[in-house]
Design a protein around this ligand. Structure first.
Ligand SMILES: C[S@@+](CC[C@H](N)C(=O)[O-])C[C@H]1O[C@@H](n2cnc3c(N)ncnc32)[C@H](O)[C@@H]1O
Length: 194
């Protein structure tokens, strides 16, 4: 992971286990949402699409398959994820999908008004709260007037009667909270964060 990033992601983004987890998670979320762009009236109207923090690229590949006339790009801080995405695009013959390494906490290497749709999913855990403003401004800059910025986050990890799941969920919540707190404190000590 880039060392000068404002990223708050505490998971090793180059890890194969993390990639496997993201592949499963992507399939579940996209299926439950009814497809990669299910709420959009006319997905075929998008010619240029960008996915921020794309992970192994499942969403990008789904959009590239569903919209063969669109150019669909994914960017992620992880070389492992973007290489995997490019390998899958190639093996699936999706020549309209591409992936590159880019840090979304920095100015993005795209011209103004490049994209019809800019997507970001599950980025809350990745970006420090101070990084959002610049990232959203960059999204405005690279999205064409009338284009779509599509942000998806979880508001709950689910409701269940399973004590085991609730225990796991609470533990995961505490783990994340501890990691974020510790990262924030380290950041303050180093003077990187307010
Ligand atoms: C929770 S995953 C979500 C992946 C994908 N958006 C999805 O919904 O399946 C967060 C992703 O953001 C990436 N990431 C974290 N910090 C980043 C940064 N500063 N710039 C670009 N990508 C970043 C991670 O490598 C990881 O792939």
């Amino acid at each position: 992971m880039s060392t000068n990033s404002e990223s708050d992601y505490f998971i090793d983004t180059e890890s194969a286990a993390e990639m496997a987890r993201l592949i499963q998670q992507d399939m579940m979320i996209t299926r439950k949402m009814g497809g990669p762009l299910a709420e959009q009236a006319d997905p075929s109207s998008f010619s240029t699409v960008l996915d921020l923090g794309c992970g192994p690229g499942g969403w990008v590949l789904d959009v590239a398959f569903a919209c063969p006339d669109a150019e669909v790009a994914g960017i992620d801080i992880s070389k492992t994820m973007t290489s995997y995405g490019n390998a899958r695009a190639s093996s699936q013959g999706l020549h309209n999908a591409s992936f590159e390494v880019m840090d979304i906490t920095k100015p993005l290497a795209f011209s103004d008004q490049t994209f019809d749709l800019v997507n970001g999913r599950l980025l809350v855990g990745s970006l420090h709260r101070t990084a959002w403003s610049q990232m959203i401004q960059e999204c405005f800059r690279i999205t064409r007037p009338g284009g779509v910025m599509r942000m998806t986050e979880l508001d709950t990890s689910g409701v269940t009667t399973s004590p085991a799941y609730n225990y796991l969920d609470d533990s995961a919540g505490k783990f994340c909270s501890d990691k974020w707190t510790r990262k924030g404190e380290e950041g303050r000590v180093e003077g990187k964060r307010s």
